[in-house]
Design a protein around this ligand. Sequence first.
Ligand code: MSP
Length: 525
Amino acid sequence: MAKGTFGVTTPIYYINAAPHLGTAYTTVAADTITRYQRMNGYDVSFVTGTDEHGQKIAETAEKNAMTPQAWCDSLAPAFTDAWKTLDIDYTNFVRTTEDRQTRAVQKFWSALHDAGWLYKSAYEGWYCVHEETYYAESDLEKNDEGEFVCPDCKRPVRYEASGEENWFFKLSEFQDRLLAFYDEHPDFIRPVTRRNEIVSFVKGGLNDLSISRSSFDWGIPVPWDEGHVFYVWADALIAYLTGIGYGDGEREAEFDGRWPIQYHFVGKDITRFHCVIWPAMLMAAGMPITHTVFGHGFLLTKGEKMSKSKGNGLMPADLVKVFGVDAYRYYFMSDVQFGHDGSISMERMVQVYNADLANTWGNLVSRVTNMTTKYFEGRVPEAPAAAAENPLREIADTLYAAYDACMAEVDFTGAAAAVQKLASRVNLYVEESAPWALAKDPARADELAGVLYNCLEAIRIIALYLAPFMPNTSAEVFRRLGLGDIAEVTDIQEATAWGQLPVSVAVEVGDPLFPRLDVDNLPEL
Ligand code: MSP
């Protein structure tokens, strides 16, 4: 029986460029927490996808002499392939050009239309095609030529005063309800710095939101007004619902069981859409609201935000080639504190790889399995008497509480550090107990068996806790220890209780899990 449901989403990424390290970062984080909560007994959902509508896509498709749909179809595999490379185990991938998304978007907004939350009016304003967003003049910046530029992407904006009529959502009416909601749900916006930004933004007053366009047609049609399509954000946010069955007659019960979810993981630049517009939309629809929007920081290289357009974007697959997928995932999750900006560099990646993975975890597995081969013909020796002093068990017994508390705070760095603490302690324990010396004294054979049993058992437990970060390595360690399929674990607390490693099972040594890296031949980040 599952403990309940646990749901997380990543942004629905613009399909215009293949995923870079920044978008991969959110996606790996969502995957890590989902893998953990699945092992922790929850029935999980993990929705990601691609945001495929809007003027920008239509314009790029035209430049490439393709229909927008054909253009999107040609780009979508870049996402599914990248996620495969990174072992992302999402439960639902939504492309906003799918029929189920059209049904969901039309259902959602028709209900708001019927309930009187929408009205039609002429729109004038500063528009950035790249960000697909209108800006108030007071939010704009100026470039060196004195032109108004977008505060987000710094590209020139244009004043749109076509007299075009758009549909508007009465967002301005939600100011008080949103402020009350933030007050009553202190965990809705995290980390707290983002929360403060949003609260002061909403206190400053809200404008109604234009949710349709009629100047181009690459979008989901507004069902009650021919010639209008939904604005990209009014479309993309709904994908979070579509992914778990909203608007799909056959999946209604599933949707009701899964919504609301625990987390939207988003970058800090798009928290406003998720913390202001999105909850107001859900309030208007009379639907419950996601428990937490977590706005993580940016990955920086040489002090600057990484982005493809700035040309400082190495692709995930480039790094996977050097480090392997597990080490890639481990580096980003352990070394870039979720919620803060984080500088990444090749040097640091190599440092973390060599320290935590090659020298600690990989080395531990090698030396202990080697000693098992040498001293016990490759079979798990007898466990020590229960009363024997066991410093490893002391740490292992408190690890679930420590690790789970970190995961509950989406503190991946803390969770990884808690596991590393046990791994380092096992290495120290090996030094202290010196099995090679015990092996020389036949009278101490039981002691030797006890030491190696403890080490192997600790390795089993570490593999379980590292599985959400490094699924392949943990599966391999389980295989080497002659254990079952780690992917089937659904109660990590019970599975990590001390003393479950079966005795006499054959243990395999295998190749080093993380061969030390040669720092000389690394690509530039
Ligand atoms: N399509 C919208 C989201 C709609 S969600 C209903 C969108 N797409 S995006 O492709 O631009 O997604 C960008 C995501 O990547 C954002 O969460 C953004 O913060 C993140 N990142 C882009 N560059 C980044 C870094 N350098 N570092 C970390 N994340 C960054 O916005």
